[in-house]
Write a protein that binds this ligand. Sequence first.
Ligand code: HEM
Length: 572
Amino acid sequence: MWSQIFIAATVCLTASLALYINDLLQKRRRLNGLPQPPMQNLLIGHLHIADLCRSLFPDDIHVHAWTDFVRERWNLPETFYVDWRPFAPLWLFSADPELVAEYINVKQNLPKSPMETGYLDKFLGKNNMVALEGERWKSLRSMFNPGFSASNIMTYADAIVEASLRFMTVLEEKARKNELFELEEYATRLTIDIIGLAVFDLDMDAQRKLHPIVHYFRERVLMMPPATAIYPWQAVEPLRPLRLWWNSRKLDRAILEEVNHKIVRRAKDIQDEAGDKKGSKKKSIIDLALNAYEKEISMSDPSGQMKQITSPKDVPKSLERDLIDTIKTFFFAGHENPDARKKLDEELNTVFPPGTSAAETIRKDPYIINKLEYTTAVVKETLRIFPPASTLRWISPQGSVQHTTMVNPRTGERFPLEGVHIWPTAYMIGRNKRFFPQPRQFIPERFIPMQTPFPASELFTPAGKYAFQAFSVGPRNCIGQELAMVESKIILALTAREIDFVLEYPGEEADLQPLIPESTAVEFGKEYEKGVREGRIKKNVVEGHRVYQTLSGSAKPNGHCPGRVYLRTQTA
Ligand code: HEM
């Protein structure tokens, strides 16, 4: 009897496996004639390429660096398929910003891929703005848009200055002690301070102490499965769901506590304003979101009465959930930090002449940072070379879209989109030589029309309209981009002239090269493969620099950017 059950089970299993493999082979045959690297055979698909990349690049490198290697190594067009099924999806990678804007994220705006939303839902909760779709997304986005408007962001300038000065104090202390430390840790704390101030007018003082929100949030980052895993066995951790659930309870409670304090403070401000006392003009992002919410519910109330949230008890559970998940989203999406600090002195010395205080000048006139044209270009160039995030899209089986095939008008190539996860790879788009000649070199001037050494590039033609995709483009672009740019410029204005940061990985010699070498343009062709194999190119030095990107929620510098900081007055 048991042997019969065993035989029946084996037959069923073998038949299912045979059907599955047959289906996979058929799907692979349908890719015939479409742009892709060579398959080893129909059974393996492109998995041998994942293995090759793992052997050539550091184990923890962000997969977006692989995509650029694959494109150059096999001389592929700007858009191409890679089939890592059954362990990872069938991908369509694209370095073509025009095509992507037409079919993926601007004119036709496809839903987010479940590869992305699954990860974010687990990390941030199901009401996170990045992953939501349709009416729910629209209503959250319009609720939070006012707080992120350019004019409102400027009202946070003094808070950003304050947080940057604290950062500078930390750096001065590290310099005095000649301490080897991880720059990313303190840069992240700085950006967390800024988000806390902008979002709920809360000084978390994350640079000097560990606020519970920061503690639980960082704990959560470390609990998440490795995002670079291709094979399922690279991500096994049976207790993960339980640990995430427990962490989520504590994190959500800590956020809710601060939201409730904010609501009480806001109610007092409203009362003061009504009583003709001078209320604060400055509005945090939560203040403005609650204003928008009150307006919306009042408009849909038949009595026409203005509804106001004056105490935490007035907040319905659904709004409470939205607020918690959205705040988590801001901390998650917003704690990026570009490391650019080169070629700025001249501009900074012109806008903030030596002998004057940049901090005081910005406090008095925040709009002065609009004069920092070169500084802006430095930030953009850093984000082009090291993009922290990208968008992933797909055609959802439930939705309906106009175009299910992408057609490249320049080449006539056709790209079926159904059943494919589409990755407009900011990393590859930023290295597309049509728009960014000498893509691996750090040339901020390329973003300034009057200074660009590449006047013939397509960046300043209509084709280049969407070529800078570090913040994505289209309706789902980054809501926080203005805040990110303003804070980056202020931080640079206050620190860049004061310090030198020298990269130093523990146990290695200090790397005296600039973080992004100006002249090392390592092409990712066949030579690269040979160079790594023969030991001429070090596996842990990617594109000529020791600090490469890993993926931990978003792209981060490997080893958290370790090094020492020197005060310029010390080194002069
Ligand atoms: C250098 C800094 C930043 C970069 C490079 C960046 C990049 C991006 C990118 C590429 C997306 C699109 C993601 C996708 O389509 O899946 C995005 C979306 C988003 N970002 Fe940022 N971001 C930055 C800073 C911020 C900040 C400071 C905040 C808020 C505090 C923020 C909040 C968001 C939100 C809420 C979305 C989702 C928008 C939507 O779907 O409507 N980001 N960001």
